[in-house]
Design a protein around this ligand. Structure first.
Ligand code: GLN
Length: 517
């Protein structure tokens, strides 16, 4: 296989790679080597990976051998996948990008990782993220930033910037992320990729390094809606190891996505535009692309309705009480005794001294900020005033969703209020950073599914803009169908996928390769 034929493989969606593998036109070793070569070539710039697996080629060879033996393999068998470092893997360090877990190799795989292995996908490595998934830019990683492949001076979103950048830079066809307040969808929005946050309980949290357990949900990152659905089919479904896992039998999400590309999905669909998630604070070019997308939907026969969600205004405030409260208790276990790092103060000291020195050295500023905030919000005198009130707001937001879904089959908003910002722009202003999740946080508070997909480039900076679609809890399949239909409409306009259309961008690594349009 020539170098350019191999490079071509990295451009293909997972579904196309799966077809080539199934028909034995290429081997998993070839596909995997192509991606490892790509990582070697570009990850010095992008830094999407914290760890690249040394077992990938051997895993791929095993899948190839099974295929030659005529084994009945799963649809994505032999396809490489990148895994966010928040997920436990027995063969690779799992650090959640924190010094406190540096080098830690878990004794078990997360259920989602086990399911990837059982379906014969090939793990390429672990991707960078904000420490313990706290952030919107990946600048809070203890191990250095990840760069946005569209413009290397800009953030790839967060917390799952590594997974999104790996997929956008063609280092991996698909990846796993986790989404507590937007960490799959916002990185997808700013890198021109597709990200899906499943219904809470739809995908197992077992073996996910917990941030806020009532909000965390694992999901796929991909370059097409169908690819995201194919991965979701592998990782989703009931898990007895997770007490919040739904017992539901889920439909095939891949079939749902394929259905979206045939027929008249959008005709008569009631699309609810959330009044509170537009307007002030949203970048002009984001609004332009968003309203164009609405026009496109209307022309395809969708009925655009305006809905109001009056309590969304309080979503960020409620989230930044509930999340730190849960995080402070989840992070209490990093006590220098059970996991990773142990720092002994000069001259020794008590157990408490060792614990304090370890947590001081092992946690970054954002993590400390949230532990302090959460501990305060949960303290006896303030529990009702802060945590209790936030939980009430959460209920009101859930009711807003219920009312909105009476009027609309899906809800839409921009997936993020701005395109990718520059490094450092929001680092010293936590509130500005938090506001970047204004569109995504409500879905986590209500447990409903959300899909982010690219809808074009903002005219003022040429950077990707994402659309968010939300559906009622358990209606994940609807999002795949509608998402795939919108994707098709847009590809007809663009003449192909957005990532293949990357224009010349100063400092962007996609530019030189794709050529200016
Ligand atoms: N950016 C949000 C936060 O900092 C979301 C994080 C996430 O979804 N893990 O909490």
């Amino acid at each position: 296989m020539t170098d350019s034929a191999r490079e071509e493989l990295t451009r293909l969606p997972a579904a196309d790679l799966a077809d080539l593998l199934r028909s034995k036109e290429v081997s998993s070793v070839e596909v995997t080597r192509a991606h490892l070569d790509r990582i070697a070539a570009v990850d010095g710039d992008v830094h999407a990976f914290l760890h690249v697996s040394d077992a990938a080629l051997a895993t791929a060879a095993k899948v190839d051998a099974a295929r030659i033996d005529g084994a009945d393999l799963s649809p994505l068998a032999g396809v490489p996948v990148a895994i966010k470092d928040v997920l436990c893997t027995t063969d690779m360090p799992s650090t959640a990008a924190s010094r406190i877990l540096e080098g830690w190799i878990p004794p078990y795989d997360a259920t989602v990782v086990r399911r990837l292995r059982d379906a014969d996908l090939v793990p390429l490595g672990k991707t960078n993220m904000d420490e313990f998934a706290m952030g919107s830019s990946t600048e809070h990683s203890a191990f250095g930033v990840t760069r946005n492949p569209w413009d290397l001076e800009r953030i790839p979103g967060g917390s799952g910037g590594g997974s999104a950048a790996a997929v956008a830079a063609f280092e991996a066809p698909v990846a796993l992320g986790s989404d507590t307040g937007g960490s799959i969808r916002q990185p997808a929005a700013v890198t021109g990729t597709v990200g899906f946050k499943p219904t809470y309980g739809g995908v197992s949290r077992f073996g996910v390094i917990a941030l806020a357990s009532s909000l965390d949900q694992v999901g796929p990152v991909a370059r097409t809606v169908l690819d995201a659905a194919l991965v979701h089919d592998v990782i989703g479904g009931h898990d007895p190891h997770d007490s919040t896992s739904l017992p539901d039998a889920w439909p095939s999400f891949a079939d749902a996505a394929r259905a979206g590309r045939t027929g008249e999905t959008l005709r008569g669909l009631r699309v609810g535009v959330i009044r509170e998630l537009d307007g002030e604070g949203f970048q002009a070019g984001v609004r332009t692309r968003f309203s164009e997308a609405l026009d496109l939907l209307a022309r395809a026969g969708a009925e655009i309705v305006e809905v109001s969600a009056p309590h969304f205004e309080y979503a960020i405030a409620a989230y930044y009480l509930i999340l730190p409260a849960e995080a402070s208790s989840n992070l209490a276990k990093y006590d220098s005794v059970r996991f990773g790092l142990r720092v002994t103060p000069p001259g020794g000291g008590t157990v408490e001294d060792v614990m304090a020195a370890t947590r001081e050295a092992g946690f970054g500023d954002e993590v400390k900020r949230r532990i302090i905030l959460g501990t305060y919000a949960l303290s006896a005198g303030y529990y009702d005033a802060y945590y209790g009130s936030a939980q009430k707001v959460r209920t009101l937001i859930q009711r807003d969703f219920t009312a909105a879904f009476e009027a609309a089959d899906v809800l839409v908003s921009p997936a993020a209020p701005t395109t990718a910002f520059r490094f450092g722009e929001k680092l010293d202003d936590p509130l500005a950073m938090y506001l970047n999740d204004v569109t995504t946080i409500p879905a986590n508070l209500a447990g409903v599914p959300g899909l982010a997909l690219p809808i074009g480039l903002a005219p003022e900076d040429g950077l990707p803009v994402g659309l968010q679609l939300m559906a009622p809890a358990r209606a994940d399949a609807r999002l795949y169908t509608v998402g795939a239909a919108i994707e098709q409409l847009l590809e007809d306009v663009w003449g192909g996928p957005l990532l293949a259309k990357a224009p010349a961008l100063p400092g962007g690594m996609l530019a030189a390769e794709e050529g200016a349009l």
